[in-house]
Design a protein around this ligand. Sequence first.
Ligand code: WT7
Length: 652
Amino acid sequence: MADSTKIESHLNEDRKFPPAEAFAKQARIPSMKRYKELYDQSIADPEAFWAAEASELHWQKKWDTVLEWDAPFAKWFVGGKLNVSESCVDHHLQGARKDKKAIIWEGEPGEVRTLTYQELHKEVCRFANALKANGVKVGDRVIIYMPMVPEAAIAMLACARIGAVHSVVFGGFSAESIKDRIEDSGATAVITADGGFRRGGVVALKANVDEALTKVETIQKVIVLERTKNEVAMVEGRDVWWHDAVADVSTDCPAEAFDSEHPLFILYTSGSTGKPKGIMHTSGGYLTGTYATSKYIFDLREDDVYWCTADVGWITGHSYIVYGPLANGASILMYEGAPNWPEPDRFWQLVEKHRATILYTAPTAIRAFIKWGDEHVDKHDLSSLRLLGTVGEPINPEAWMWYHEKIGGGRCPIVDTWWQTETGAIMLTPLPGATPTKPGTATLPFFGVDAAILDEEGNEVGPNEGGKLVIRKPWPSMLRTIYGDEGRYKETYWGEYEGIYLAGDGARRDEDGYFWIVGRLDDVLNVSGHRLGTAEIESALVSHESVAEAAAVGRPDEIKGQGVVAFVTLKEGYDAGPELRDTLRAHVGKVIGAIAKPDVIRFTEALPKTRSGKIMRRLLKEICSGSGAISGDTTTLEDFSVVASLQAGEDE
Ligand code: WT7
């Protein structure tokens, strides 16, 4: 682990916002007293808490045992059988919810489509049958590489319905990234679209899939949704149009019961090495976690129009667009495109037009809105909003205040939710009718979540002392393993403290016990709320013929939270210069995706290293943030002149 020996936190924030009385009065958890009571009970007996939540889902066979915990391996609701799509869809077909809107969707060009729960049921069943007809079987891995259209959710639910394991790949990722994920998961089918609309243009999704498939052999079928009508190549026998695949299948697809621990999905995320981790989630526990958190944290009501602006390619989209809200029978708003297309007021136009009541978005988006100017917000009536949320990174207090005042009109509680791809569901959060909020903190643990901050020896630290954020008890939506790499699972999350989950974040608790996240402790950056491993960026750079060695570090960025700076040494015969810089940026975009492109590339003669040859990223980080002064220990540095010349800017 890099740079984790001393974790300091300097942020001082005294403002405190109690929930508005009107909100608290009608809330499920209406006071701190009630939160504390329930929290204490849930920690004394987490199994009782989670079992009560699980019983609100649709089980075909009830479990025998709530939890089997053989650290670090958990099984939840053992012996229970369910079909996740049944709890999310069929479950709502009795009574009034049948004709309730499940999905309200708006495409970037502006068309609107809605699907009631009954219509969603029909589409999920049809597509599930289409998957079966195309050879997809229980346990098969299926890649979903789609734009933000209702069919993305339909594809996920259809996989769940037939017990296939989906692995959604974010539409901004490259062909190379698709290839890696197919290889690692051994997927046999891909669901994609001809393209998706983004900023007025077309993202050519199918073309990326085609390129990926030249390098892998396991894929037998590619199902292609027609969305943008751009020209695509269809490979005979392998590629099928979505509309043809569903043309003559039945709309009846009985929901087969699967074990509670049947895998639901694999979602890849960055870690400390160049290889993304396939985070594995299973069925009953995951659904219980996302269901319960959606219900209490967004305090969902029958007439809510709930909008989570994430892409389904990230865990936020899985848990809080699809599974959690649908298990609650909510109406979800889904938007295909960019927040500033055609104008920077698109989000506020959407809120006004669809009368959204809940908005869940990312700090990086909020910072962009602030930069674009208040006039884009002022044009619209946002009075339908009653609750706001953020996720993905610590929110800076200024952005929080703007969100609170400008978007929330001072009346909406803000839930700053801390969690991870691995945790599956929200872990630290205010409860909107109970918890007084402070700008910049995710406040307190959710029910059943035993969060703490430990020092190197494993002791809990005192108030306002920095340490490592851990979870001490298993929870139902926790990851079960890293797909195909149990060793890495044990080592990454459970290697530091016996039987305790290490989140990888540094944090402190203030005098109220509120958790303040300081940042990652490993070599993982947070760019626009998304995780990027420095090692991934480095290995992408080194895969270019001109590069001898590379080190990537983060630097503060006003909008993205962190930006990427890459230090690169070149092989003999290559000229450093603007042209090669552009080439290398484009190369990283091609290997990983546009999100990983370094903001700055600095060519250097050498990288600062320890005598044992380890690149000292800490020094590079200091060089490119703030004053450029080096504060830490440099005695292990092999050759200080390297640092001196970088500080002097001799590389540029
Ligand atoms: C990492 C997880 C959870 C969905 C989106 C990101 C950071 C996330 C917060 C928050 C401070 C946060 C952490 C965490 N993070 N939410 N509210 N306050 N930091 O999922 O890609 O798995 O990243 O994002 O560093 O470890 P992810």
